[in-house]
Design a protein around this ligand. Structure first.
Ligand code: RB5
Length: 144
């Protein structure tokens, strides 16, 4: 199950992404926002992060205008590895090396076609499981 959330700036792209997930036959849960009324992206980052950390969902997609604010907010949650990607190379690398569990996208940065290709790459790339990558991820969770 994939958790998806966005702010008002990204409602249009979220709808395109959900249509793409439907085409792929993926199960997902939409945590809002549901209207174009101005809202705060950390609220939606929090809902999606909790869904992953509770085990309700195994991956997440978060979208705001730039993807920056919502990824910063998500990465405050221990166990969340949110990767802001604007290209497929990064989406592949962040799954292989970082075992990223959230893909962040900027609706004012990428168009729907590229966003869907980035998403496909993110969903279709497994974690490499290499010991050096596991060690580095464990160090992230150690904190400071
Ligand atoms: C909303 O105007 C905008 O600030 C937000 O979507 C995002 O880009 C923040 O990082």
């Amino acid at each position: 199950m994939i958790a998806i959330g966005c702010d008002h700036a990204a409602l249009g792209l979220k709808k395109e992404i959900m249509a793409h997930l439907d085409e792929r036959g993926e199960k997902y849960q939409d945590f809002g926002t549901y209207t174009e009324e101005s809202c705060d992206y950390p609220d939606y980052a929090k809902k999606v992060c909790h869904a992953i950390l509770d085990g309700q969902c195994d991956k997440g997609i978060l979208i705001c205008g730039t993807g920056i604010g919502i990824s910063i907010a998500a990465n405050r949650f221990k166990g969340i590895r949110a990767a802001l990607c604007g290209d497929c190379f990064s989406a592949k690398a962040t799954r292989e090396h970082n075992d990223a569990n959230i893909l962040a996208l900027g609706a004012r940065v990428v168009g729907p076609g590229l966003a869907c290709q980035i998403l496909d790459t993110f969903l279709d790339t497994p974690f490499s499981e290499g010991p050096r990558h596991k060690q580095r991820i464990a160090k992230i969770d150690e904190g400071v």
